[in-house]
Design a protein around this ligand. Structure first.
Ligand SMILES: Nc1nc2c([nH]c(=O)n2[C@H]2C[C@H](O)[C@@H](COP(=O)(O)OP(=O)(O)OP(=O)(O)O)O2)c(=O)[nH]1
Length: 161
C-alpha cells in the first residue's frame, strides 16, 4: 500500500498551498507532500518533502491524522497529515514557481469558500485538523474514481508517527 504525506504550513490565517503541475490533484491547490520512502517514518518524509518542495525547514510540526483510501474492500493507499505553524515573523514571498508547481499563501476563508472549485479534497479533513486537538483516522471510499463516503474515528491521543 502506497503511503504519502500531506503538509500544511500555516502562518496566522494563511496556509502555503501548492498548485501541482502533475497528478495527483493536478491543477488544484493542495498541501505539500509526497510519497514516503522505504525505511522513512511519516514525520521524516513530511520534513523532507516540505524542504524539497518549498526550501523551508520547519521546526514546529504536529501530526494531525491519517487518511486511508479504499474501494470498500481493499485499502490502496494512505496519507499522513501534518500542520506546521510558522511564526508571524517568518517571510516567504509568493507566488513562486517551483519544480512541482506554484506555491502561494492562501487565506483560510478563500480555501474553504463554498464556491471555490480549485482546491483538493482538503475541505473534508483540514477544518477539523485546524480546530481540534484530537486526531482522527479518516476513511475515504472511492467507487469509479468518485468519493462516495467518508468516515472518521478518533486516534489515540498519544499516537506519534
Ligand atoms: N496518491 C494520492 N495522493 C494524494 C491524494 N490526495 C491527496 O491529497 N494526495 C497528496 C499526497 C501527496 O502530498 C501528493 C501526491 O504526491 P506525489 O504523487 O506527487 O508524490 P511525490 O512528490 O513523491 O511524487 P514522485 O516524485 O514520486 O512523482 O498528493 C490521492 O487521492 N492519491
Amino acid at each position: 500500500m502506497a503511503e504519502f504525506t500531506i503538509c500544511f504550513l500555516k502562518k496566522g490565517d494563511y496556509i502555503l498551498l501548492l498548485n501541482r503541475d502533475k497528478p495527483q490533484w493536478m491543477g488544484a491547490w493542495n498541501g505539500v507532500g509526497g510519497k514516503i520512502e522505504q525505511d522513512e517514518t511519516p514525520l521524516a518524509g513530511a520534513l523532507r518533502e516540505i524542504k524539497e518542495e518549498t526550501g523551508i525547514t520547519v521546526e514546529d510540526i504536529t501530526y494531525k491524522g491519517k487518511i486511508t483510501w479504499t474501494d470498500g474492500v481493499v485499502n490502496y493507499g494512505c496519507m499522513y497529515a501534518f500542520i506546521a505553524e510558522l511564526p508571524e515573523s517568518f517571510t516567504f514571498e509568493t507566488p513562486i514557481k517551483v519544480a512541482e508547481g506554484i506555491l502561494d499563501w492562501k487565506e483560510l476563508t478563500w480555501i474553504f469558500h463554498p464556491e471555490n472549485v480549485g482546491i483538493a479534497d482538503l475541505k473534508y479533513y483540514l477544518p477539523t485538523m485546524l480546530n481540534e486537538t484530537a486526531n482522527y483516522d479518516y476513511i475515504f471510499t472511492y467507487q469509479d474514481k468518485k468519493l462516495v463516503n467518508i468516515s472518521s474515528a478518533p486516534i489515540e491521543q498519544t499516537s506519534t508517527v
